[in-house]
Design a protein around this ligand. Structure first.
Ligand code: DLL
Length: 434
């Protein structure tokens, strides 16, 4: 198992924390001098960069929220003049208005380096051919993986997202060994491969580097059942840099965070207090080394846990677990909190259910919220007896009810009828009036 940059990825905690502190000090003075938003935030809490004595002081510093990016749209969060910026990306996020991230030449170099680390950690290298089926454009996924994979010596095929028939042809003709996509798109590609009778073993595919949306272990298993790959997960956000914040190594036991560039905290979303390692909280990240877009204590809204246990790969960096949901994608039905990822985990364990589903929330004429789960069933199930189908529907409903503690209305639909995703899947359609 190769480590791209052992000096930073396998660094001891003490020198790591010294490096983080030095970088935080530098970053705080830069944002204080150059970004009026940060100066006024720091002034408001009576903190000047010179007050920073140790990493513990981070807890005294203010958070940055998505709304801060929105309020300072488009360039208000930049810490360099525009003539030093060479690339700009933007994301509408899963919810809400656009956030903008800018990159200087040095930022692009850092980005390539960080994505290269996770590509090598996942097992990519010279001789590989990577088909990048993330969108190229304002979304950071396409370009981020492109730069990082090239740095790792991989040949990049920049096909972008969509046109699934062409994806498969290119995969066959070019001998693609690595697929880069969202988990939901890779599942779609795998499904089309099977439907067209392409023998998965005839492909040279061996590795999938996925990310940009939640991928439960059950979803990973479904992808691996359709494609001849080992699927790895990687994490990032436009606000921080894009992909390259954290990624799985070949052990696949959490995503290694590049802690020399990002300080990760896991906090109770309600109180802002740290949660113990291994417990679920909101990930809050400080981007230390960005020239254009440094970020102080960004509230990602992503719910996950952090562990600092050593990993068998030899890297010493903290690892984040799978993102189990977002503080803003949870919905409340009959007073019960429900995460779409929980619905997914339950559904994908039921034999006879296909990994394509949608959650529809609505309000009844009587003013009650309704919760419907539409899910595709395996080919052939609709050809059976109506009674069998009803019984199966009841079973799916019961499995969901006992796991979620609230009863959804389950609607079984025929295979291939729900909308397929080529990027981030939209799992919840909320039709309830605001
Ligand atoms: O999705 C960056 C990215 C691209 C990461 C490609 C990995 C691969 P945004 O479009 O700004 O950036 O969306 C960021 O996506 O706050 C999470 O909610 C979600 N997300 C990203 N990676 C993962 C992941 C890119 N591995 C938002 N698991 C984040 C779960 C993820 N959610």
């Amino acid at each position: 198992m190769t480590i791209w940059d052992p000096q930073h990825e396998a660094i001891d905690r003490e020198p790591l924390e010294e490096l983080q502190l030095a970088r935080l000090r530098d970053m705080l003075s830069r944002v204080y001098e150059r970004v009026p938003f940060y100066r006024s935030r720091l002034d408001a809490c009576g903190f000047t960069p010179g007050d920073l004595a140790g990493l513990d002081d981070l807890a005294r510093l203010p958070f940055t929220e998505k709304s801060d990016f929105r309020d300072n749209y488009p360039y208000g969060m930049f810490a360099v003049p525009l003539d030093e910026v060479v690339e700009i990306h933007s994301s509408s996020g899963t919810t809400g208005k656009a956030v903008v991230g800018g990159y200087t030449r040095a930022d692009l170099e850092t980005w390539a380096e960080l994505v290269c680390r996770i590509a090598v950690a996942a097992g990519a290298g010279r001789g590989d051919i990577a088909q990048v089926a993330f969108g190229y454009g304002m979304f950071t996924g396409g370009f981020g993986l492109h730069y990082g994979l090239q740095k790792a010596g991989v040949a990049v095929v920049p096909i972008s997202a969509g046109n699934t028939a062409r994806q498969i042809k290119v995969m066959q003709d070019f001998g693609t060994t690595i697929l880069i996509a969202t988990p939901s798109y890779s599942l779609y590609i795998g499904d089309v491969i099977n439907k067209r009778g392409v023998e998965p073993g005839s492909l040279k595919l061996r590795l999938g580097m996925f990310g940009a949306e939640t991928c439960s272990e059950e979803m990973r298993a479904q992808i691996e059942a359709r494609l001849p790959i080992t699927a790895t997960d990687n994490y990032g956000l436009t606000e921080l840099i894009g992909p390259g914040v954290a990624g799985e190594c070949e052990c696949r036991s959490g995503m290694h965070i590049s802690e020399d560039h990002f300080i990760a905290e896991c906090l109770d979303p309600a109180t802002g207090e740290p949660v113990p390692d291994g417990e679920i909280g909101e990930l809050v990240i400080t981007a230390l080394t960005r020239e254009c877009s440094p970020v102080l204590r960004y509230r990602t809204r992503d719910l996950t846990s952090i562990t600092r246990e050593p990993c068998a790969c030899g890297r010493t960096t903290a690892r984040m677990g799978k993102v189990v949901g977002r503080t803003d994608d949870m919905f409340i039905i009959s007073g019960v909190n429900v995460f779409p990822s929980h619905v997914e985990s339950v559904l994908f364990q039921i034999k006879g259910v296909e990994p394509f589903y949608q959650i529809v929330l609505d309000r009844s004429p009587g003013g009650l919220d309704t919760f419907e789960v539409q899910v595709e069933v395996t080919d052939g199930l609709f050809d059976g007896w109506m009674d069998d189908l009803r019984a199966f529907e009841r079973r799916v409903t019961e499995e969901l009810r006992s796991a979620l503690l609230v009863r959804p209305r389950v609607r079984l639909v025929e295979p291939g009828t729900l909308e397929r995703s080529e990027g981030k899947a939209r799992r919840v359609i909320d039709r309830r009036p605001a």
